[in-house]
Design a protein around this ligand. Structure first.
Ligand code: PLP
Length: 396
């Protein structure tokens, strides 16, 4: 059996979305910006996709959506764009973010310190979120941007986005949220949340890889990251990935359509898996279930090196993660676990299981059986070999 429980890293493309993408490779392959028929015959599908995208996050209209190549680009764009507009100009000085942001935010902010940005990184509580009060305590009028994610990629914990955005605005700062792990999983209403910017990525909600987007409230000014042609109203140059955009629009529409089903089906399977894990001694899970997106579990399994666990599961055909995919080739401890305050030893035992609507009950039963087997086997070894990496193969 092959069981995919790494949906926070990437997801399967929904076959219905894939079907819609197909004509744009070998038949309707024109450049949408060209004046001839080959170009213009892509327009109806692009229009539909942009409408699906703005409706999918409850934006005001499609002018507020700019398509990018991925959420990494969207995140870089916001942080660097606000730096160009507000900090390089001397108007403001600071950026505030959280200790558990995706590297696409964290590393971009660190990079800008070289250019004089004053960076404040908010600690998280034991559930892995920042509170409104914490943000209020560090706000001042010289803050250009607050960037705090909607839901965390490793824990699935949901942040108090609406309150955080309101506090940022009280001090005249812009508010961005990395919405990648929330869009398509929980209802997102950007107008109600009050965010100025929200990043999303198609491949995290059963769309194709290599296409993402940025919501920009009221199409307000934001210096471009990619200059060149007049694509996307001059905001983001580069020939449009028509197939990708069509797939992303449909995937978001489908994710929202299936959301209540996911909310019950995925949640039930996740809870079953989580209950099974918690019935094993010395296993804990980060964050209360009701505070998380329905598909995610970040467990720590005492005495079981995360990488060794992945290897055992991989042999049984089960895909999981020790946390951020970006860190999985190094034997580092899970940075989110450390931010939450877990000791180093426990942070090495992180196991992230992330489900999707395509998982079945039989798959979860199979996973439970093999996780239990692996824990038994690895705990038996760990008393002999302490926490040496067991069976780690680099470059996986
Ligand atoms: C996956 C992920 C990203 C990066 O998305 P890409 O489209 O792969 O660049 C950013 N933020 C979070 C929270 C993610 O989970």
């Amino acid at each position: 059996m092959r069981v995919y429980l790494d949906n926070n890293a990437t997801t399967m493309v929904d076959p219905e979305a894939f079907e819609l993408m197909k004509p744009f490779f070998c038949e309707k392959y024109g450049n949408p910006n060209s004046l001839h028929k080959f170009g213009s015959e892509t327009h109806p599908a692009l229009r539909t996709a942009l409408d699906q995208l703005y409706a999918g996050i409850n934006a005001k209209d499609s002018d507020d959506i700019v398509v990018t190549s991925c959420a990494t680009e969207s995140n870089n764009w916001v942080v660097k764009g606000v730096y160009f507009d507000k900090i390089a100009t001397g108007e403001k000085k600071r950026i505030i973010t959280s200790a558990v942001e995706h590297p696409a935010i964290a590393a971009t902010c660190q990079f800008l310190k070289k250019f004089g940005v004053e960076l404040t990184i908010l600690d998280v509580n034991s559930e892995g979120v920042v509170t409104a009060q914490q943000l209020r305590d560090v706000m001042s009028d010289d803050v250009a941007l607050v960037s705090v994610m909607v839901a965390n990629n490793e824990t699935g914990m949901i942040f108090p986005t609406k309150e955080l955005a309101a506090i940022a605005h009280e001090y005249g700062a812009l508010f961005h949220s990395d919405g990648v792990q929330a869009v398509g999983k929980i209802p997102i209403n950007v107008q109600d949340l009050g965010v100025d910017f929200l990043s999303f990525s198609a491949h995290k909600f059963h769309g194709p890889k290599g296409v993402g987007g940025l919501y920009i409230k009221d199409s307000q000014p934001l210096s471009s990251l990619l200059h060149g042609g007049e694509h996307m109203g001059g905001r983001r140059s580069g020939t449009l990935d028509v197939a990708g955009i069509v797939g992303m629009g449909k995937a978001l529409e489908l994710a929202n359509k299936y959301m209540s089903f996911e909310g019950s089906h995925v949640r039930r399977l996740r809870d079953k898996l989580e209950d099974a894990l918690l019935s094993i001694p010395d296993v804990s899970v980060v964050g209360k279930r009701e505070h998380r997106v329905p598909n995610t579990i970040l467990a720590s399994i005492k005495g079981v090196e995360g990488e060794a666990m992945l290897w055992d599961l991989n042999r049984a055909g089960i895909a999981a993660s020790t946390g951020s995919a970006c860190a999985s080739e190094t034997l580092e401890s899970n940075p989110i676990m450390e931010a939450i305050g877990a000791d180093k030893e426990l942070a090495h035992t992180a196991l992230r299981l992330s489900l999707s609507r395509f998982n079945t009950e039989a798959e979860i039963d199979y996973a439970i059986e093999h996780i239990k087997k692996a824990i038994t086997r690895l705990r038996a070894i760990s008393s002999t070999f302490a926490y040496a990496p067991v069976g780690h193969v680099s470059g996986l």
